[in-house]
Design a protein around this ligand. Structure first.
Ligand code: TRP
Length: 461
């Protein structure tokens, strides 16, 4: 339909952009600790099985829906459903992306502040017990996190307004290799620490006795979030793929990059944790791992206030910042493409509208650690409400609907034509793919969904 739409200029650009979306905070602040605590290599194997059984089929479907329609996510489902009720899946996706971005940007902003703190050697001579206070003093401040938030969102805005090729693609081609190099440098520094082998053992030693249904459901949820599935990020990016981009191969590349970075993040974190003799079960997860435990762990491991400690810590938070930014850009693009195409706005105006809304709601999320801390909805502060509602409700719902749509509703011939690039690529996996989309994925995601809503809590006790 829209014939003056931009495309990614190269296949590499397409892969790096999609990988930029996938590689994000989830890879660093959840995957390593989940792996270490839930059976090491056993967890990784389960995670990979989840990717093969659910992740790839859904990613390929999202790619296909985007590329076939050359449209934003809402438009894509509207076109494919001929305006029927399945169009709501696309709209849900756009809403979900925007919703995630509101709180994701807040954390992106924190990574900027921590990059700055590391660079200015703010962690030297700080007793281990004070890192928590530093973090809560920072997040509860009404101004500093808000200013970083504005900076974070405006950088994403700048890239988005430059367009698909000279914005998103160019930026991904610069940032993803940078991210990869920083990761490798950090891994190398980390594994040279005394005691590193214990950390690696913690991360990798297979322990099947830890694997139970909760762990498996956790692995599925993690695979889903980490691969940016369930709302149309990859569908939007795929709408910029060239007709010759091989969809299944690209999906495999993106999944491999995402998983490698996640595993390497574990190699960055655990050698240091063991090096200072800390109990890995005490480091926490998510924000407390990243902003309370790790600054202390790195500062102690590499020598309090030394050059090496400064460099290591600065690079680590910068890495997180880049990872978060490229993911944020992909989320922003979903909403921008929607506004621009469905309401015929110019790219600049569409992006500005989204950015302004993000600045407002993001600030509200950010202030929920400070002046708005007392505002509790369903027993959560506003930030957690955004986080939980998108992670526990919108994403699983979206993922389930997408797999049902792709498996049951979408025309089989259209599916086949699109993944084979109209017969150019053999697709021996076609039947397995459809089987997964029809039965395995909806069922599995349904279970994750029920589990996250607490339906199985009685059984677990
Ligand atoms: N995958 C990213 C991460 O690991 C976050 C992300 C970006 C995302 N786009 C998404 C998550 C879409 C779910 C859906 O941090």
């Amino acid at each position: 339909m829209e014939n003056n739409r931009e495309n990614f200029g190269s296949k590499l650009g397409a892969i790096l952009a999609a990988a930029g979306s996938a590689v994000g905070l989830g890879n660093v602040w959840r995957f390593p600790i989940e792996t270490g605590q839930n059976g090491g290599a056993a967890f990784i194997i389960i995670y990979i099985v989840c990717i093969l059984m659910l992740g790839l089929p859904i990613m390929i479907s999202e790619f296909l829906i985007g590329r076939h329609t050359h449209s934003n996510t809402a438009g894509a489902y509207r076109i494919l459903s001929n305006g029927g009720r399945w169009k709501w899946v696309g709209r849900l996706g756009v809403f979900c992306g925007w919703f995630i971005l509101c709180y994701y940007s807040v954390v992106g902003a924190w990574t900027m502040h921590y990059t700055y703190l590391s660079l200015t050697n703010a962690f030297s001579d700080i007793p281990a017990t004070q890192y928590g206070e530093i973090f809560s003093a920072f997040t509860s401040d009404p101004w500093i996190p808000t200013l970083w938030l504005a900076a974070f969102i405006l950088i994403a805005h700048y890239v988005i307004t430059r367009g698909v090729q000279s914005g998103i693609e160019k930026f991904s081609k610069l940032m993803m290799p940078t991210l990869f190099i920083i990761t490798i440098v950090l891994v190398v520094c980390s594994v040279m620490l005394p005691g590193a082998s214990q950390g690696i053992e913690f991360l990798l030693r297979p322990d099947w006795s830890k694997v139970n249904s909760t762990v498996i459901l956790g692995a599925m949820g993690q695979a889903f979030f980490s691969l940016s599935l369930g709302m149309g990020c990859l569908c939007t990016y795929a709408s910029y793929f060239e007709p010759s981009t091989p969809l299944a191969k690209t999906a495999v590349h993106v999944s491999v990059i995402d998983t490698l970075i996640a595993i390497m993040a574990g190699f960055i974190i655990f050698p240091s944790v063991f090096n200072i003799g800390m109990d890995p079960n005490e480091v926490g997860a998510g924000a407390s791992l990243t902003f309370i435990s790790l600054p202390n762990v790195f500062n102690q491991s590499f020598g309090n206030g030394t050059f090496l400690a400064i460099i290591f810590s600065t690079l680590f938070y910068f890495l997180l910042f880049v990872a978060a930014l490229t993911s944020a850009i992909s989320l922003h693009e979903v909403a921008t493409a929607y506004i621009t195409e469905e309401f015929k706005f110019s790219r600049r105006r569409g992006a500005t509208l989204i950015t302004v809304s993000l600045l407002v709601l993001g600030t509200v999320c950010s202030l929920s650690f400070g002046p708005l801390a007392d505002v509790q909805i369903f027993g959560r502060n506003i930030f957690s409400l955004f986080d939980d509602f998108s992670g526990m409700v919108l994403l699983p719902l979206g993922g389930m609907l997408i797999s049902i749509f792709a498996g049951w509703i979408l025309d089989r011939q259209l599916y086949r034509d699109e993944i084979s690039n109209r017969g150019d690529i053999p697709t021996p996996y076609f039947k397995v793919l459809i089987f997964s989309l029809r039965y395995i994925a909806p069922l599995a995601i349904g279970l994750v969904f029920l589990d996250q809503l607490g339906a199985f809590d009685i059984l677990k006790k």
